[in-house]
Design a protein around this ligand. Structure first.
Ligand code: MN
Length: 374
């Protein structure tokens, strides 16, 4: 028994406690190499250490003991990929639910000081009550051609955003999610253009740094269109930030107006008068971007602050909607849909019905002036 390790030593060297080792043995995992028939003492072979290390890592990843036992009987790398995908799916589902919870929070009955009353609104600064309420809905879809959805979205009243990731394999996915998460985390202080510009700049830096530090993600980038609904002394304004070709629109009185300017080669050609604006939507090079987060260490977003009078419907979308549907079709859906969620779902369906050539992501926000507060 010289070369065998007593359970205490094996525990110390494997990082698994004796108690855990006993429970694993009961499940058929890491069964001791020998058991002293007199003392009941358990001994392990040094050759079992790599397996112990693997089991410890899988447990750290949250894999149930039973699944690990099955895996070790027939270890295949594809199983690890399968677990990774499951993890991604679970995280995505939880993230979606949280995003929806944020939207639902925005639709709660307004009460003074409640976060539902235009969360973070400067209304408190002038002592007044919130005079607008926000209700948001969103939808995102892979479309009918692409193999994965690399768009991401944010519904976190009063901040809303969409991002459309660029880059092969999973890189675009990583870029758009990282931009959205950084935007959400770094948007702080009094809501306004400065807070928005700072958060967008931080998002750009985060994407650049990640792309720069991981060779598998080299060249990744993302668009980002973000809007903050601001209210001050009864006036509503939107802080709109844009990089790339996702868009923000305002829909009011049956009219759809574009709040952003695409950072595309085609838009530059339109501006130069070299092609007709109507041709832009179907131009073969319409998705060639002149600017995106991740393209360079510092990207400054275009920021505008349009005023909103009365109630309105705000739309944020990735180019998967605007390449498949024209303004009239989009306006018709926005006019017909009752709730923001219905509008978002219907717009995704419209894009898919028209071909669904790209990922489609839509955030719809109803900005309702509250007559009782006036
Ligand atoms: Mn796209």
């Amino acid at each position: 028994m010289d070369e065998l390790l007593a359970i205490g030593e094996f525990a110390a060297r494997s990082g698994l406690s004796a108690k855990v080792l006993r429970s694993y043995a009961a499940a058929g995992l890491l069964v001791p190499a020998a058991v002293d028939p007199w003392s009941g003492y358990r001994y392990y072979a040094p050759g079992q250490l790599p397996e112990a290390r693997l089991i410890r890592l899988l447990r750290q990843a949250g894999i149930p003991v039973g699944e690990i036992a099955a895996f070790l009987r027939e270890p295949r790398p594809e199983q690890l990929q399968h677990w990774e995908r499951e993890l991604d799916r679970e995280a995505a589902a939880r993230r979606r639910a949280l995003a929806e919870a944020r939207g639902a929070l925005g639709t709660l009955a307004r009460s003074p000081g409640s976060p539902a009353a235009l969360a973070g609104s400067p209304a408190g600064q002038d002592g007044g009550m919130a005079m607008v309420t926000l209700a948001a809905g969103s939808a995102t879809d892979r479309g009918r051609v692409r193999e994965s959805n690399q768009d991401s979205l944010l519904v976190s009243p009063p901040l809303f955003a969409v991002a459309d990731g660029l880059g092969g394999h999973r890189a675009g996915d990583v870029a758009s999610q990282l931009a959205i998460e950084t935007l959400r985390d770094r948007f702080s202080g009094p809501p306004g253009t400065e807070a928005l510009a700072t958060a967008v700049a931080e998002a750009g830096r985060a994407v650049w740094q990640r792309a720069d530090s991981d060779p598998a993600l080299e060249g990744m980038g993302t668009t980002l269109t973000a809007v903050v609904v601001l209210e001050r002394e009864g006036q509503v304004r939107l802080a709109v930030a844009n990089v790339g070709d996702s868009r923000a629109y305002l829909f009011q009185h049956g009219q759809l107006s574009l709040l952003t300017r695409d950072d595309t080669v085609v838009q530059a050609l339109i501006d130069a008068g070299e092609i007709e604006p109507e041709r832009g939507r179907t131009h073969p090079q319409r998705s060639l971007l002149t600017r995106a987060l991740g393209m360079s260490p510092v990207v400054e977003a275009d920021i505008s602050v349009p005023a909103v009078t009365g109630s309105a419907r705000l739309l944020l979308c990735s180019d998967g909607l605007t390449t498949e549907a024209d303004d009239d079709q989009i306006a018709a859906v926005l006019a017909a849909a009752e709730r923001p969620d219905d509008a978002a779902t219907a717009l995704v369906r419209l894009a898919n019905d028209n071909g669904g050539s790209d990922n489609i992501t839509v955030v719809v926000v109803d900005i309702a002036a509250d007559p009782q507060a006036q």
